[in-house]
Design a protein around this ligand. Structure first.
Ligand SMILES: [Zn+2]
Length: 328
């Protein structure tokens, strides 16, 4: 994950200050505005002094993740008072609830396709992005999306929900897949202030088995055709890096029973107690051997193999796995 950039943060805080000024000019003096203005000024002063991001209680760095969520933070999460901690917990619970509400059903049947996914945040919220958009009238193009926002926790989850909303609105315009991702990237770029980015696979499948995939800096998609597994690697950089990017698509033709397997690094980079990595090669082999399974059974088989490999080692990252299969 990119380290937080203080110049960008300072510019953001200056903008907030101007907006507050404008709001105060319109609304007149107001205790809440003045308190906020004071907090923003204080944060800017701390940047000048070089004490920005340092906890006033323990004098350790409060952490980039926490600063992304709250650039006015004066205390690390451990040194918030009880009431502040309770508020934070309530916000997290709410965020977790909202995020789970955005997920599609784990088993989806679309025009000529079956899909199953598994989505497991490492904490209360996740930076993994997973969505499925069936054709509007039951027939036509089906969209599937899977991605990973840099970082973890609340800041990443906020960007994930933004991606979700962006793609949900753009898909209805019927753009070609490359234009769809290009437009989403522009919107994402404009609202990502601190050098965060998102890797993403955006795919569109039609009922005759043709699939178009744009892979923006994400891990390869495994394409299983007649039991042989090919890797469809990235065709562009992740979203959020350059506002004017191209997002070329790869086209493949899937026959009955062929499938696509999409995953995030929480799965392929799962580690065991000896710190060995699960790896894409092992996943590729497994998928090739078990390719006749239904999407849900294949997802189960992969998860169970990762679990066997990890052998009780704690899961460190969000894990998402999706299998899309052309109906036989
Ligand atoms: Zn502290």
């Amino acid at each position: 994950m990119a380290a937080i950039n203080q110049d960008i943060l300072r510019a953001q805080l200056e903008t907030r200050k101007q907006r507050l000024d404008a709001a105060m000019a319109r609304a007149g003096r107001n205790g809440e505005f003045e308190r906020l203005m004071h907090e923003v000024d204080h944060a800017l002063e701390r940047m000048e002094e070089g004490t920005f991001g340092i906890c006033e209680s323990c004098h350790e760095h409060v952490g980039d993740e926490w600063l992304r969520v709250n650039p006015l933070a004066k205390y690390c999460i451990e040194h918030l008072n009880l009431e502040q901690q309770r508020e934070l917990q309530a916000d997290l619970d709410m965020a977790s609830h909202i995020q789970r509400g955005l997920l599609p059903k784990p088993d989806v049947k679309m025009d000529g396709w079956e899909l199953h996914f598994h989505y497991a945040p490492a904490g209360p919220v996740s930076g993994d992005y997973c969505d499925v958009i069936p054709p509007a009238n039951g027939g036509g193009d089906s969209y599937f999306l899977l991605g990973d926002v840099s970082g973890h926790g609340v800041a990443a989850s906020m960007l994930m929900t933004q991606l979700h909303a962006t793609f949900r609105s753009l898909v209805s315009l019927g753009l070609p897949v490359n234009k769809l991702v290009e437009t989403a990237n522009r919107i994402f770029c404009e609202s990502v202030p601190t050098g965060q980015y998102a890797t993403l696979v955006c795919g569109r499948a039609n009922r005759s088995g043709e699939v178009e995939i744009s892979n923006a800096g994400h891990l390869p998609v495994l394409a299983v055709q007649s039991g042989k597994v090919a890797r469809l690697g990235a065709t562009s950089v992740p979203l959020g890096m350059f506002c004017l990017g191209n997002f070329p698509v790869q086209k493949i033709q899937l026959g009955a029973g062929d499938s696509l397997v999409l995953f995030t690094d929480g799965l392929s980079e799962a580690r065991n107690a000896r710190d060995a990595e699960y790896g894409i090669a092992r996943l590729t082999n497994l998928v090739g051997q078990r390719h006749t399974l239904s999407p849900s059974a294949l997802v189960e088989a992969c998860l169970s193999d990762v679990k066997t490999f990890s052998n009780g080692a704690a899961r460190a990252d969000d894990q998402t796995l999706m299998v899309l299969r052309r109906a036989a």
